[in-house]
Design a binder for this molecule. Sequence first.
Ligand code: DGJ
Length: 753
Amino acid sequence: MDANQSELRPQAVSGKLRLRAVVTFLLVLIFVPCVLSPLTHAATPITFDEKQRLWVLQSGEATYAFGVNERGELQHLYWGKRIRAQDLTSAHSLPEWASFDLSTTTTPQEYPGWGAGLYVEPALKATFANGNRDVVLYYVDQKLEANHLEITLKDEISALFVHLHYRVYPDSGILERSAQIENRTSEEVTLESAQSASWTLPGDGSYRLHYLTGRWAGEWQLQTETLQIGKRVIESRRGSTGNDANPWFAIDETDKTDETHGPVWFGELGWSGSWRFTIERTPSDQYRVTGGFNPFDFGYRLSPGESVETPPFYAGFTDGGLGEASRILHRYQLEQILPGSPHPRIRPVLYNSWEATEFNLDEAGQMALAEKAARLGVERFVVDDGWFGERNNDHAGLGDWYVNSRKFPRGLKPLIDRVHHLGMDFGLWVEPEMVNPGSDLYRRHPDWVMNFPGRPRTEGRNQVVLNLARDDVKEYIFSWLDRLVTENDIGLLKWDYNRNWSEPGWPEAPFADQKKIWVRYVQNLYDIIDRLRSKHPRLEIEGCSGGGARVDLGVLRRVDQVWPSDNTDALDRLTIQYGFTQAYSPHVMMAWVTDVPNGINGRVTPLRFRFLVAMTGSLGVGGNLNKWSDDEIAVASKMISFYKQIRAIVQDGRLVRLVSPMESEFSAMQYVSQDSQQVVVFAFLHSQQFGRSVPLLYLQGLPEDAMYSVSTIDNGSEEHTGKLSGAYLMHHGIQLRLRGDYDATAMKLDRVQ
Ligand code: DGJ
């Protein structure tokens, strides 16, 4: 298109009622043939119909389609239950709605630039050197290789290009999208919003949005609300993923969907920095979710020839309810995201001394705990905060990563050797991105923290944030971590991150690049971890951020497990873990058994209850073993040995959330092994009122005629209780004998025929 043509942009035919008529016509074109012809699962995950300029992506249960319309825009066509590629037809723009909603805004674009009368959320917004702020993207070409499709768009006038990447994971049902924005003009272009994707939902439903919110010690709270007209924003402006919301969403149809049935569109972002999802319902009932870098305070200058890549945004569709949406995500994380995928290593049972000792640790004390932990059957012993510098409380030490010689006069080696001798591997806590102003590092390099010159530096937990966007800071952090791991036989680093950003200045960078800190910091963080892991292939990492404030698919590519919350109270954990597993696999969900009264809320729960709650994820122990009685030690050993029998099912199996802890005084979950031969069921009575008996528990998804040998676990001892059929377990249900407050049980079912 040349400049003259662009002065008057072509608009589709106008007419108030025509919008609905055309939508209906398109829906008929899409749906009628699919009713008539039976579905066959296409072997090719991505097909391109050159004549119709139409792409159809088939993934799991879902079909996703878009095409080039008569104006040259990339227009979304369909996302939902699987249909045949040949049943879809080419894209045609939708008409305007009177003179106020132009066709550019009524037509759902795959990746809309802000220009030409676009009033919905743009995927891209830019300012050019000549003052132009109008971006209108048209299709240029495509590259299709098996499961990967690259579509190139270009601004109608300038040489600003966008490369849209689509990756289909046909078995898991996940579709991955990202965008690379490339400046091929001869001048600078500054991006003010660069989103990964815009996902359009079918228009006609009444939708509910599910999302996760939280705060320290209260993470992973599942929220549900009906989507109203307007824009609903969930985001982090904190510099990292944050826990006031997590970059995950699920949208389902009111009255049609529950845990086990009905349509769900869901997605999550692979980015550990500030992010935003805009979930939009227009007054014409168009629904879309746009997500990527948070545009707040965003400014990314692209010099001529420079490009930037947005984070990957993963999404899927299922007709199997919210439970199936979670299982698709869990499987995808195990097979594609986690280090070691498609077979990430089963998580060892760990002991962590933080709640037992806090900063008050030394070699003798750690050795004594290690002896006891080994006797319980623990496989990994982790020394937490306090082993380095002058770290006797949270006022000092961060930045000075040498072993504290008063606490460990012989260095860490004797302790590590002892831990190994006891048959465990060794883990160590670090918080590489932070510095206490009371440290040698800060005294040497006060300019290494993010700051605005001449303005105060806000402290959180007495610490400030190193500016990892600086390459010298990045290299420094890499080099001391590399040295630490080279000099000590460390199996796991617990990588903590205990505050959010403030004064996010990068004064050393050219003025126009200073806001790149939002992106560069995270890229450099990833670079440090990637290099460390590639140099030390046996090293594992636990991601932690004062609990669960940095969990997303970006960090999960680089860490083997995460710490969901500092709240280890077993009752609270049921809700926290229920929310966590909506979005992330139990494989990565560390859960410790700690002491009572619980430090967060003073609640006292029985050891069996605490163990069984922790065994629904990756088990750890965090109590002060010096204070555990012989009886408690005996119960703990049996529980740990039982957990080792079932952990592959819990960590890598299919999780069915049978009864939500948010809905009643009773909750339960079921895990089915990958080969469907074994099932584990956990049930929890939180607090019994009026002597009410626990409702019958109905299992789900078992073959009707399969027979299972059932064992019940009581205080760790396994008791065989007979054989039951799949049909009985699902339709008759099991009567559990739980009583009083904080009672719990677990059952193991082995298929015998
Ligand atoms: C916050 C973490 O979540 C805790 O587990 C512990 O490691 C402390 N930091 C140590 O400072």
